[in-house]
Design a protein around this ligand. Structure first.
Ligand code: ATP
Length: 249
């Protein structure tokens, strides 16, 4: 194995009946790194996230976080260890306030049932306020989340993930549906989260500008398998990668 890896995935495989959504995928992510995952629709990127974060059980393969196997751990146990994710579709509790959403996220990292940590962990409030400030939403804390524009919902989802104090953040297409100015703002935010908070980031992304700006290394998936893996420039100019992308366009 890779001595310094924060996360190590070996031979991850997920079958759905006859379909192999993720097929023998291996990669490792170093502490402090930004690791990108790309590939055409249906390549298995989200399923790979589901497997690593414990939302679905891998059919086979090994996953180690800080040297400890998490392949059979629950979502909560994995979150408590320090892995948190966001979803492709902005998923917030619409009827809840902005601060309310972040507080819910903060409880997931506490390792206790949320109704217990609410009363007993005063750190929850501080972590929530800090996370809201970091993403630039402090002044909307009391607003109803459902009424936020898409970019603010996405920032709220990130704040909610940050409030659980993760070591590693998994972001599923965070740049999707954003305009150029919003892409710039999110690029700066993710760089701050990575550099200032020391949080390791794994992101699935179709927006090439974002991937090329952020990622130290990228993994390209196609039909469940690893097509290429390496530094972004080499990988994204690889003829086979270009062919797969054009073929799916
Ligand atoms: P996209 O870019 O469109 O989000 P993706 O690379 O994230 O695609 P996945 O969503 O992981 O791809 O899907 C990979 C394959 O697994 C697809 O063929 C999909 O239909 C299938 N799949 C995913 N989840 C399930 C499930 N719960 N049951 C059955 N098949 C599934």
């Amino acid at each position: 194995g890779d001595g310094d890896a924060l996360l190590e995935v070996r031979g991850a495989t997920k079958r759905y009946g006859g379909l192999i959504a993720v097929n023998d995928v291996s990669f490792s992510v170093q502490r402090g790194e930004i690791f990108g995952i790309a590939g055409p629709n249906g390549a298995g990127k989200t399923t790979l996230f589901d497997v690593v974060t414990g939302m679905v059980r891998a059919t086979s393969g090994e996953i180690a976080f800080e040297g400890v196997s998490i392949a059979r751990s629950s979502v909560h146990a994995i979150c408590h260890r320090g892995i948190t994710r966001t979803f492709q579709k902005p998923s917030v509790f619409d009827s809840e306030t902005v601060m309310g959403n972040v507080v819910v996220g903060a409880h997931f990292g506490s390792g206790k049932p949320w109704w217990k940590s609410l009363a007993r962990d005063p750190g929850v409030w501080d972590r929530s306020a800090e996370a809201l400030a970091l993403v630039g939403l402090s002044d909307r804390a009391d607003e109803r989340s459902g009424e936020l524009p898409v970019f603010d919902k996405k920032r709220l989802m990130i704040a909610s993930a940050l409030a659980s104090s993760p070591k590693m953040l998994f972001l599923d297409e965070p740049f999707g549906g954003l305009n150029d100015a919003e892409i710039d703002a999110l690029l700066a935010l993710l760089q701050r989260i990575n550099r200032e908070q020391g949080i390791t980031i794994v992101l699935i992304e179709h927006v090439m500008r974002a991937l090329m700006t952020l990622a130290d290394r990228v993994l390209i998936m196609d039909q469940g398998r690893t097509l290429r893996q390496g530094d972004p420039h080499t990988v994204m100019t690889d003829p086979e990668v270009v062919r797969v992308y054009l073929g799916s366009a």
